[in-house]
Design a protein around this ligand. Sequence first.
Ligand code: HEM
Length: 498
Amino acid sequence: MDCYQWFSPIFLSAFIYALLCFKSNKRKTSPPFEPNSDHGFPIIGHIPQFIINRHRFLDWTTELLAASPTNTITIHRPIQGVITANPTNIEYILKINCHNYPKGSFITSTLWDFLGGGIFNSDDEQWKAQRKAASFEFNTKSLRAFVVDHVKHEISARLIPLFKNYASTGEILDLQDVFERFSMDSVCRLVFGEDTACLEGDSDVLYYSSSFADAFKEAEDLSAGRFHYALPSLWKLKKLFDIGSEHRLRCLIERVHAYAMDIVRLKKKKIEDSSAHEFDLLSRFIASGQYSDAYLRDVIVNFILAGRETTSSAMTWFFWLLSQRPDVKQKVLDEISLFKGDLGFQELRGMNYLHAAITEAMRLYPPVPVNSMMCRKDDMLPDGTFVGNQWLMSYNAYAMARMETIWGKDCTEYKPERWLADGVYRSESPFKFSAFHAGPRICLGKEMAYIQIKSVVACILGSFELEVVEKNRRPEMGLSLTLRMKHGLAVRVGLRQD
Ligand code: HEM
């Protein structure tokens, strides 16, 4: 299926599922926008439009949202829902009345087998406790220093040698694949402090780690696939009889969970046997002494899900955009050249133009393009759109970047300068730039993501010339958890001469 999927497979798929069932809009109260005045075909509704547009799913929904006077549309049957690209509505659902918009049982039960009750897949008290513990750990300076150090190590020990190797052989490199493996290594190091060596190829460090990475990816996709069933009870039936994709998913989840459990046991033993401090997240959770092994396993799975594909997606789109814009690339290079030597946190923070260029890339290509919640109680959005009990409530970050009402006439242009005032980066409201979500559930790893991306960009651009092969072909987005390029990003690597 060639449409875009969104982040947590769930939301992605739940959203696509809702659109498959897209039907004419009967207003319950005043003024939700009706994206089509016709009511579609009997029974199948607008499925034909969906099929015609599925290869350009996000652009299609962007057009519908742009045509709506309030940048909000309503969908009906069998899953009903509202999609918005309106910052006032987004502030309302993610902050002002967020208690009415939890993930909800439809989403959490579908993802339960894979994610359990982890931070991504929980609401209310269960979520609150995890958020509190994780926020505390994420805000420590020692964790930040740990991230800076291990990213530096991953770059110098793996990324640079790999690029040098490709530069010497002239072979084509798939940048997206490299970044995915880099992000997996980075996030695993952060979460449980071990080297998964995905970027290394056939390393014997944690010998089963790359099969863990493969199993993780496939389990993520198959869990998302559950949202694509026209009848949700169908996957449940397959699960009951342990057949087809549900059989495969069960085996993959067993592998992922077994690996995560091994990590938990090893880590506990390591902490017992040594007085040395461990700085990873898992060790910090273990040290608090409050959590069961199953809970710690879910911490591992949920945090890997959070940091793996999001970061690699952001890096891939950034390099793709730079390949189209030599002027931006030159400005990034000028800035990098001011920071020679060891790049620590302060140096990275001082790179205002690079920060703006990365943010602008994520504005246009948000790694999580669409995000959904469930409405708990009948409600009315600030623009007057009705949202019913148990409706799917989604916001479309990809479409938001393309709304003139939000970003002005040049909204579709890649323009890092829109984030700078007198050369200094200035942030925007998270309800307007929602790539990292907003409100109480805003992304916890934002700072870490910037550390990783800036370090990688500074290193690669500073030492290598990348030529994107098939430059004029706009990458398609594939069905994965985030906004990926369907066929990867092929580059030829050369050494920088200056
Ligand atoms: C460019 C990179 C990233 C982007 C664009 C991003 C984006 C997001 C988004 C949109 C959400 C909300 C998801 C939802 O609730 O449905 C989220 C949540 C979260 N992110 Fe990130 N993320 C990135 C990197 C990371 C990294 C590296 C980590 C650290 C491992 C991380 C940790 C989390 C956590 C723990 C949550 C859950 C927050 C909660 O529900 O309270 N993220 N992120």
